[in-house]
Design a protein around this ligand. Sequence first.
Ligand code: PLP
Ligand SMILES: N[C@@H](CCOP(=O)(O)O)C(=O)O
Length: 465
Amino acid sequence: MKYISTRGQAPALNFEDVLLTGLAPDGGLYVPETLPTFSAEEIAAMAELDYPQLAQKIVAPFVADCIPADDLRAIIEDTYAEFRHTAVAPMVQLAHNQWVLELFHGPTLAFKDFALQLLGRLLDYVLERRHRKVVIMGATSGDTGSAAIEGCKRCSNIDIFILHPHQRVSEVQRRQMTTVVGDNIHNLAVQGNFDDCQAMVKACFADRSFLPEDRGLVAVNSINWARIMAQIVYYFYAAVALGAPARKVAFSVPTGNFGDIFAGYLAQRMGLPVERLIIATNRNDVLHRALTTATYSRQTLHHTLSPSMDISVSSNFERLLFDLYDRDGAAIADLMARFDAGAIHFSDTAMARAHSLFSSACVDDTQTCAQIAATWDECEYLLDPHSAIGVRAALESGVDAAVPVVTLATAHPAKFPDAVRSAGLTEEVGLPLHLRDLFERPERCEVLPNDLAAVRAFMADNLRD
Ligand SMILES: Cc1ncc(COP(=O)(O)O)c(C=O)c1O
Ligand SMILES: N[C@@H](CCOP(=O)(O)O)C(=O)O
């Protein structure tokens, strides 16, 4: 399997090299040159597989020329053994044909664990083989950071630097990052917003000269292809459980960086019968506006009750645009340059293609709270604010009532007690046992100005030999 850049100017890489990087040298994102596909019979047979077996089936074609099947099986089994639910990704029914797929049973209580627990193990495996050390860098609006730290903390060959927007993540999210002990783990609270943090990560990939030459820089954000790959699996898992391939299924996906929903798009292209993918945004609605006005432009970032989705530059949207524009790298390079300068207007053909599968909704904080309260009243089921946005978008989506709609429940409500209280609920949302003492653990974090040079200098000064 070869991976190519969305901007068409970077050499193709194999899986191992894609895993060990982030942005392509031309500024693009790596995508598979061709996608594996599964026939209806093959998808029907997936009903017999448990989650790790299914993950093996879906992931294997993407890594086949780099990781032998037995090694991959062992890595995947070990990855999902960490999860606290034996189904790994259980589903709960909220109403007729309304389901939530609980993706928060991993160690850090968010969907990011599905990919980052795997990514950490894959990195460990590849770095041991290559006798190499790397620097891991990530930007987080709350969840990627702790999932990356948890996923990679046992790798001896890495130094990890995670940038989060100072005072713009929930207290639980912050503590999940800053209380993990290790002299190779660095949390940087940047006095800016998530877009600033993400822009710094991308700038570091564009110019790595602040690092020693022999030290590779690896992304843990969803710009790293391996993140997307791992997230394809649960779309198959949920749809097959609800009757695919005989029955079509729709998904509502709380969206920020467009990584999770892009994985759903790939599942559809790999043969899964997906009726519709619903892009569910908070007030930071660049993607909803893109779908409804054919214009993609930055906006002022708002701080919301769903902080993990407070994003206005949605990295993975570029991967979708690459397909919508016939995989024309030069066209994408031109579009992204125009986006950086202000705004892009999409062609009619691109919009028609997008609308054939995607629809969208924007859900503000008031509606988010109303949905948390309504779902609690109706089924005594507690949604976190991100998942509530997904449920609200699912209910408003207009998908045929005969089609099951699965909302991806991307985080555990205990990560966002303030949002639960804002919804008027007085229930105590307890953290799971392994995090019960989170508020007593000492924290370690560096507050830095919103300045790329300061971040680079901190990283260079704090690398281990
Ligand atoms: C809890 C939660 N829900 C939804 C999202 C959105 O996912 P994506 O960025 O892949 O669109 C994120 C992070 O981005 C998240 O942490
Ligand atoms: N919501 C994310 C933001 C980063 O997105 P990613 O999926 O590209 O890592 C977070 O919680 O950090």
